[in-house]
Design a protein around this ligand. Sequence first.
Ligand code: GLC
Length: 474
Amino acid sequence: MVYYCGNPIGTIAANDPSDSNTLNYDQVFIRDFVPSGIAFLLKGEYEIVKNFILHTLQLQSWEKTMDCHSPGQGLMPASFKVRTVPLDGDDSATEEVLDPDFGEAAIGRVAPVDSGLWWIILLRAYGKCTGDLSVQERIDVQTGIKMILKLCLADGFDMFPTLLVTDGSCMIDRRMGIHGHPLEIQALFYSALLCAREMLVPEDASDDLMRALNNRLVALSIHIREYYWIDMKKLNEIYRYKTEEYSFDAVNKFNIYPDQIPPWLVEWMPRKGGYLIGNLQPAHMDFRFFSLGNLWSIICSLATADQSHAILDLIEAKWSDLVAGMPLKICYPALEGQEWRIITGSDPKNTPWSYHNGGAWPTLLWQLTVACIKMNRPEIAENAIKVAEKHLSRDKWPEYYDTKGARFIGKQAHLFQTWSIAGYLVAKLLIENPSAANMLVNVEDAELLNAFSCALATPRGKRLRKRPKQSYLI
Ligand code: GLC
């Protein structure tokens, strides 16, 4: 637990008493705190979550610079610590200050795009669980939500509604070839937009923001459901794609060459089941399966109900690859050989089947559990929890596991990793009390669904000449 002026405000990333090499694991990471925060909420320890929300909010408007450049205001830090410094002008006294890292100190100087999105998601969970809406209604909190949204909704050169980010901007915070439009960020973005929509207090000044938010939600769900989805049928379509289609009604809009379908996937894709791919760019589909993005797409209803079931079908069908000796693989499969060299930049921490490159992360158990509960299939999560229980506590709660079958404790894994413990706790508590998962779930919005089907009913590529009757611009 980390205290600031005597109050608990967060949990450190890892606390291994036998390891003096803490690097930055003695800090409070925003993304790592989420499962801790949910566990506290489930246990009725509300104060610490409130403290966390309000203190990290303050950090958002901190001045931040990377050399001479300042990133956008609404950026939340990846992590922060509490430092004790001598009081100005008085050598005998000290004071505590918060010391955030927005990426200016992080390895590779990666921007933590997910932090602000998680912050919004946790804020909504706090309100839902405690019934205390006074926190989200505070003016500074409302301003905080808007600052994050403005940063995400800012105009740019993008042709896609997905959020354009650099590599390593989320849980995978090292180079792993996930720059562009990675699924994890898109799922968290969609979820945060829905949560923010629920929490924003209506006022005249926020009309434009609301409109932008609604438009983005529709466009994002169309884009992900249509173009990120693959299953046997879609794969077969891609296999027979025509290319170089210049027109408004191209079928192969992103000019994907069928040869991109990787040989492993031809064998791996089950007849029943499917998933959302990792990333989509012009002439590029990243066919790797990324667990967090797929699970969170189920949780926030970015995936349709059919797609959500199909993702769980795939997890069941590919149990020995994805759950294996320890749930859950962060992605599948690993990059190997020349691909590993080029895409990770020969990263020795991300060697094949290690760490972010096909390693297994026990913390992902909680997201798996929420997704299974939402789809009314808790037995899948229960089975995964049983697998984790065989080793996790005995192995001292490692951060991650290595090898294809997740048989070894990760080479550089920290022990007593807080979110490994918290992820397990949340999974257990939610299985006992499944309705509590509602604080994290977003149900399919009827209004959005309507706008979505109207958009799909418009023939491909036909530009709308007149404004449609419904209020969304697509
Ligand atoms: C690693 C993970 C990151 C996490 C951090 C602290 O860098 O990739 O997601 O926040 O460790 O646990």
